[in-house]
Design a protein around this ligand. Structure first.
Ligand code: HEM
Length: 446
């Protein structure tokens, strides 16, 4: 049995030498006031501290900790044991986030070429079409919730571009299934209770697999096209295709990994644009100058400099996910702290990005900090972890950035975004980090 589970008994001094409290009420505070929780402990204890989220955990916060976990000693921090404890593991079995070492390397070898093509070539037009259609009629006088608004389009993009579901009736028939799948992945427990979140998610998953299997079989008979085609045609070194079930597993994981994350980022973008009107004008002026009346193209990226600053600052200031799990594979010594084998460890891009050692005035949203006049941008980017880091960096980063660029350039050229003064918004850290009830008006530009 793992040592961390023995900690339930409360016997002995658990994680000695590491500051912080193992009081069971820690989890209550973390769920109720996550921002206060993490800031308070970081201010009090520094970069390494212990706490309890059901079982004892060690938080490792800051750029050095992240590099230690993701680069220098990455083999000593297990994804399998970290993510394996979550409901997610039941819905996405054998997926890349549940793999370590060579197995993870093998899965990345399968996904990287397909995602590379997806991010760079194949889908920019599709994504643009979805966003253009979505933004045609926003000036109807109603205010919209930033998160719900973005969520709907990122759903369509992920279902269509990542899993090959056709827009229209087919997508609508899949929508409730994918939604159940996502809700199931966020369930608090791996225990399957009839009609509970996990149970409904598993039923939805079985139905999606049943429906997608013939699609993958057909894709194998046709020319390789899109994500489904590329994965269906993938052959290993011995010339064998992947089993159909494995292709479907990869597609579902990509959908999960790409949909809500991009929606969170996009909802922060809409919220931040609404609250920083001067930046809207800067981005519109730049988009008009570089893109003019045509659609955004990937070749525009280098010239859309301020757009890149804005997106980077959103990633820094409000990363899509607050915290990520690992479990140690070995005893770890880090800066005088001893973290035993089989300890649950959390890393948090949110708090790392708020560490004054990583960024000046970290609690201020300031896209201009990314300009070269204010310091070497490449060096500063090394302190960003919204997409993870090291050899396991997010595989969908380029695809997500492309979608955010399409979304922002489409919105700022056509609309002025204004906060609805009657709505009180608040940030929500968990499970996905996004603004809640941030309602905005879209006023068409003439
Ligand atoms: C703004 C949007 C996104 C954000 C913020 C994001 C963030 C992340 C982060 C932080 C990780 C590392 C997790 C860890 O270290 O435990 C990750 C991994 C991953 N992401 Fe993303 N992601 C986004 C979009 C996407 C998209 C669109 C896709 C697919 C098309 C995708 C596919 C993946 C995959 C497959 C992994 C696992 C990589 C591995 O384990 O080696 N992500 N993502």
């Amino acid at each position: 049995m793992m040592r961390i589970e023995n900690a339930w008994t409360g016997g002995g001094d658990i994680l000695p030498g590491i500051p912080g409290s193992l009081n069971p009420v820690e989890i209550v505070e973390m769920i109720r006031t996550p921002y206060k929780y993490i800031h308070d402990r970081f201010d009090k204890h520094g970069h390494v501290f212990r706490s309890r989220i059901i079982y004892p955990i060690v938080w490792m916060v800051g750029v050095d900790c992240n590099r230690f976990m993701m680069v220098t000693r990455r083999h000593d921090f297990s994804y399998e044991k970290g993510y394996g404890k979550l409901a997610f593991a039941k819905l996405f079995p054998k997926s890349i986030l549940l793999l370590d070492g060579d197995e993870a390397g093998h899965a990345r070898g399968i996904l990287t070429p397909a995602l590379g093509r997806l991010g760079i070539r194949d889908s920019c037009e599709k994504v643009t079409e979805i966003w253009k259609r979505r933004t045609e009629t926003l000036d109807d006088g109603r205010s919209r919730d930033a998160y719900d608004f973005v969520l709907r389009s990122t759903f369509d993009v992920s279902a269509n571009a990542l899993t090959g579901v056709q827009l229209g009736d087919e997508l609508e028939s899949y929508r409730p299934l994918f939604e159940e799948l996502i809700v199931g992945a966020m369930a608090n427990t791996q225990i399957r209770v009839p009609m509970g979140k996990l149970d409904r998610g598993l039923r939805a998953r079985n139905e999606i697999v049943r429906r997608m299997t013939p699609t993958v079989e057909e894709a194998r008979r046709n020319e390789p096209e899109g994500m489904v085609g590329l994965l269906a045609h993938y052959k290993d070194d011995a010339g064998n295709y992947l089993p159909i079930e494995e292709v479907v597993n990869h597609l579902l994981l990509l959908f999960w990994a790409g949909y809500d994350t991009t929606a969170s980022a996009g909802s922060w973008v809409v919220h931040l644009l609404a609250h920083h009107p001067a930046w809207q004008e800067e981005l519109k002026e730049e988009a008009d100058r570089v893109i003019g009346d045509r659609d955004f193209e990937l070749g525009d990226v280098a010239e859309l400099e301020k757009l890149s600053w804005f997106i980077r600052e959103q990633e820094r200031f409000a990363p899509s996910i607050f915290m990520f799990p690992r479990v140690t594979n070995e005893d770890i010594e880090y800066k005088g702290f001893h973290i035993p084998k089989d300890t649950a460890v959390m890393w948090t891009p949110y708090m790392t990005h708020r560490d004054p050692a990583a960024f000046e005035h970290p609690n201020i949203f300031d896209p201009g900090r990314w300009s070269d006049e204010r310091g070497d941008r490449k060096a500063k980017s090394k302190n960003l972890f919204g997409f993870g880091g090291g050899p396991r960096l997010c595989l969908g980063r380029n695809f997500a950035l492309m979608q955010l660029r399409v979304m922002i350039t489409t919105l700022v050229r056509n609309y002025v975004i204004e906060p609805d003064p009657t709505a009180q918004w608040s940030p929500q850290a968990l499970p996905m980090h996004h603004p809640v009830n941030s309602r905005v008006h879209f006023r068409r530009r003439h």
